[in-house]
Design a protein around this ligand. Structure first.
Ligand code: 6PG
Length: 241
C-alpha cells in the first residue's frame, strides 16, 4: 500500500514525519513493547529529528523501548562531518533519554565489507531473521537514489544479503546500505522529500516508467507493509493530482 502526504512547506513536513513516527512507535510499543527504527541520513530529515528531540514530542516516546538503526552510512569515522551517525547524534540522540545499548551504529570506520557483515549480525541480534523493521525512514536524492542505493551500482541487484558495502563511483567513496530486500520487508517505510530540485525525479519515481537502475527509489515496494511519501509542495509540483 502506498500513500502520499503533501505538506505546504518543510516545517509542516517535519511535523508530519515526527507525528507519523510517534504514532507508529506508540502502536508498536503497545503491541509488542518494542519499536525498531532505521533512520535516514542526509539533510532533509534533520528538522524532523530536531522536532522529535523537542520536549513536546520526545515526551510522547518511550525511548527505552526504541531500537535505533541506520538505513545507510558513509564509510567515514563517526565524528566525521559526513557521518549520518554524527548527524543523528547531534540532532536527536544527544537530547533524548535513550539507552546507549539501543543505538546501533554502522561501524563505517572499518573495512566496508566487514562493517556490512557485522551490521547483519547486529540486525539478527535485535530484529531476528528476517529483519523486519517497524519503520524505515528514507530520503531521496535528485538522482533518484535512496539510502546508499545509487544508480548503476551493484547494491541495486543484491537479493540475498541484508546489508552491503556499495562503492559509489560518482562520489569515489564506499557506502554501507540496507539492501532493497531488507527495506521492502519493513512494516512501514516513509520517504521524506523536500524542495523543488526533487520535483522531476519524484515525478519519475512515482509516475514514470519502471527504471530502477536509473531511479533506485523505485525499488522500494514493501512486500506487506505501507509506504508513505512525505513531500513538501515544491517537491510535489509535478505530481499528477
Ligand atoms: C545519505 C542518505 C541519502 C539521502 C539522500 C537525500 O547518506 O546521504 O541516506 O540517501 O537520504 O541523498 O539527501 P538530502 O536529504 O540531503 O537531500
Amino acid at each position: 500500500m502506498m500513500s502520499i502526504q503533501i505538506s505546504p512547506d518543510s516545517v509542516d513536513l517535519a511535523h508530519k514525519v515526527a507525528e507519523h513516527l510517534i504514532a507508529l512507535c506508540q502502536q508498536a510499543v503497545r503491541d509488542k513493547g518494542l519499536f525498531t527504527l532505521a533512520l535516514a541520513g542526509g539533510s532533509t530529515p534533520k528538522a524532523a529529528y530536531q522536532l522529535l528531540a523537542s520536549p513536546g514530542y520526545a515526551s510522547q516516546v518511550t525511548w527505552p523501548k526504541v531500537q535505533i538503526f541506520w538505513g545507510d552510512e558513509r564509510c567515514v569515522p563517526p565524528n566525521n562531518p559526513e557521518s549520518n551517525y554524527r548527524m543523528v547524534r547531534e540532532t536527536l540522540l544527544d537530547h533524548i533519554p535513550i539507552p546507549a545499548a539501543n543505538i546501533h551504529r554502522m561501524e563505517a570506520e572499518l573495512d566496508p565489507s566487514e562493517a556490512a557483515r557485522r551490521y547483519e549480525d547486529t540486525l539478527l541480534g535485535v530484529l531476528k531473521n528476517p529483519p523486519r523493521f517497524d519503520l524505515i525512514l528514507l530520503g531521496m536524492g535528485t538522482d533518484g537514489h535512496t539510502a546508499s542505493l545509487f544508480p548503476g551500482t551493484p547494491a541495486l541487484d543484491e537479493n540475498s544479503r541484508w546489508v552491503v558495502a556499495n562503492f559509489v563511483p560518482k562520489q569515489s567513496s564506499w557506502r554501507l546500505t540496507l539492501t532493497p530486500g531488507t527495506i521492502n520487508l519493513a512494516q512501514n517505510i516513509a520517504f521524506i522529500v523536500a524542495g523543488e530540485p526533487k520535483a522531476a525525479p519524484l515525478q519519475q519515481v512515482i509516475n514514470g516508467k519502471y527504471l530502477p537502475e536509473i531511479y533506485p527509489s523505485q525499488l522500494v515496494k514493501p512486500q506487506l507493509g505501507h509506504l508513505t511519501w512525505f513531500v513538501d509542495k515544491p517537491a510535489a509540483k509535478l505530481l499528477e493530482s
